[in-house]
Design a protein around this ligand. Structure first.
Ligand code: ASP
Length: 398
C-alpha cells in the first residue's frame, strides 16, 4: 500500500521526535539529510517564483485583473495580520506570562545581524541589480521584477509571445522538479525534527512555559478559529478538507521553520489539490511567504509584552496600539527564514522603549515557537490563496 505524502510526513514527524529523544546530540549525524532537503527547496525558490509569476500574469490576459487580485490580496493580508496581533495582545494581557519571571543575565549580541529599517525594506523592493538580488535570495525584489516582466510581456502583445511561451514552459518544468522534491519531504522532515529535538533538550522549556503557552494558544486561535471562519465565509471552502489539502506544506513549514523554503510545496499543494489557478497562487503565495506572517506578528506582540511584564514596565493602551502597528511592520520585514522574527522584534522593542536585552530571555525557546509560527504563516498564506480565488470566481475542488 502506498501512503499519501501527508501521511508519510506525519509519520516522519513522530519518528523524528522519538529518534531525537532517544539519540540526543547524536542526531547531528542525521542533520545532513535535513540540510540537503532545505538546500533543494532553496535551489528552486527563485526560478520557481520568477517562472510562475510571469506565466501567471501572462495567463491573466488582461493586466487590469492583476490590480484586482492585488487589492484583494492586500486587504486579506492586512486584515489577518491585524487580527492575529490583536488575539495575541488580548491573551498576553489576560495570562500575564511575564509577571514574576526572573530576568536572565543572558544577553543577545545582535551586532552581526542586520535589523532592517522600514525605509530600507520599501526601498530595497526595487533591485539595483537583478542578478545580485537573485543570488542573495531577495524574494521581494525578484517578485517586483517578475511583475514588471510579466506585465511588459502582456502589453507588448504578439512580439512578446515567444517569451510568454518560454516562461510557461519554464514554469511547467519547475513544477515538475517541485513534485520530485516533495517525494523526498518525509526524509527531510524526519531528519530536521530528530535534530531539533535531539539538540534542544526539553529542560530549557520549563521556566518559560506560560510564555510558550500564551504564544501557542494565540497561534491556535488564529489558525483554528479566525482563519477557518474567513476560509468558510470568503473562500466558501471547507476548512477540514483544506487542512488535508495543504497538510504537507504546513508540516514542512513546521519542520523547516522557513516560509520561503516551504513555498514550492505550498504552491504544489494548492495547485494539485484545490484547483486554485496559477494566476492566483503565483501572485498570492510568493508575496505571502515574504510579507504575510500572521504567526510572526502575533508572536512579536506577545514576546514584547512578555518582556515588558518581566521588567515590570507597564504599557498602556497607546503603547499597545503602537505594538500592533510595529509588530505588523516587523512581520512584513522579517525574512522568511528561521529565526527572522526574533531579529525584527528589535523594531517593536525600540518603538516602545523596551530593553533589547529582553530578547535574551526568550532565546532558548525561540526555535520551537519559530516552528509553530512558521506553520501558521504558511497556513495563513494558503487560506489567502483560496479566499482570493473564490472572490475571483474560480471553480475550486471543494
Ligand atoms: N521563520 C519564520 C518564517 O519563515 C519567520 C519568523 O522567524 O518568524 O515564516
Amino acid at each position: 500500500m502506498k501512503l499519501k505524502v501527508h501521511t508519510q510526513i506525519l509519520i516522519a514527524i513522530v519518528m523524528g521526535v522519538v529518534v531525537g529523544v532517544l539519540l540526543g546530540e547524536k542526531t547531528v549525524h542525521i542533520k545532513i539529510v535535513g540540510d540537503m532537503f532545505i538546500r533543494l527547496l532553496k535551489a528552486i525558490i527563485i526560478p520557481l517564483i520568477m517562472a510562475s509569476m510571469v506565466a501567471g500574469i501572462v495567463s491573466l490576459g488582461d493586466v487590469r485583473k492583476l490590480g484586482r487580485i492585488g487589492l484583494k490580496t492586500f486587504l486579506y493580508y492586512a486584515a489577518t495580520t491585524t487580527l492575529a496581533v490583536t488575539v495575541g495582545l488580548v491573551l498576553v494581557n489576560v495570562m500575564r506570562p511575564g509577571v514574576g519571571v526572573e530576568i536572565a543575565e543572558k544577553t543577545l549580541d545582535l551586532s552581526d545581524r542586520e535589523v532592517p529599517s522600514v525605509v530600507s525594506i520599501i526601498r530595497d523592493i526595487i533591485p539595483a541589480n537583478l542578478f545580485a538580488a537573485m543570488a542573495q535570495d531577495k524574494v521581494l525584489s525578484v517578485i517586483f521584477f517578475s511583475l514588471l516582466l510579466g506585465v511588459a510581456i502582456s502589453t507588448v502583445g504578439e512580439k512578446g509571445r515567444p517569451l510568454a511561451t518560454l516562461f510557461e514552459a519554464f514554469n511547467a518544468v519547475m513544477m515538475k522538479i517541485t513534485d520530485w522534491i516533495m517525494r523526498l519531504a518525509p526524509y527531510g522532515v524526519f531528519a530536521l525534527m530528530a535534530h531539533t529535538i535531539g539538540t534542544m533538550g526539553l529542560a530549557v522549556i520549563r521556566p518559560l512555559l506560560t510564555y510558550m503557552a500564551t504564544v501557542t494558544m494565540g497561534l491556535a486561535i488564529h489558525a483554528c478559529v479566525t482563519l477557518p471562519i474567513l476560509l468558510t465565509v470568503f473562500g466558501k471552502y471547507s476548512p477540514v478538507k483544506f487542512a488535508k489539502d495543504v497538510f504537507s506544506a504546513v508540516a514542512t513549514a513546521f519542520s523547516t521553520a522557513s516560509s520561503a523554503a516551504t513555498l514550492p510545496i505550498t504552491m504544489d499543494c494548492l495547485q494539485e489539490n484545490t484547483g486554485v489557478s496559477n494566476k492566483v497562487t503565483s501572485f498570492v503565495l510568493p508575496l505571502g511567504a515574504t510579507v504575510n506572517m500572521d504567526g510572526t506578528a502575533l508572536y512579536e506582540a506577545v514576546a514584547a509584552m512578555f518582556i515588558a511584564q518581566a521588567y515590570g514596565i507597564d504599557l498602556g493602551i497607546g503603547h499597545q496600539l503602537l505594538i500592533v502597528l510595529t509588530a505588523t511592520l516587523a512581520s512584513v520585514g522579517a525574512a522568511a527564514i528561521p529565526g527572522a522574527g526574533l531579529v525584527t522584534m528589535v523594531i517593536v522593542l525600540r518603538a516602545v522603549n523596551l530593553p533589547l536585552e529582553g530578547i535574551g530571555m526568550i532565546l532558548a525557546v525561540d526555535r520551537i515557537l519559530d516552528m509553530l509560527r512558521t506553520a501558521v504563516n504558511v497556513w495563513g498564506d494558503a487560506c489567502g490563496a483560496v479566499v482570493v480565488a473564490n472572490l475571483e470566481g474560480e471553480q475550486l475542488n471543494k
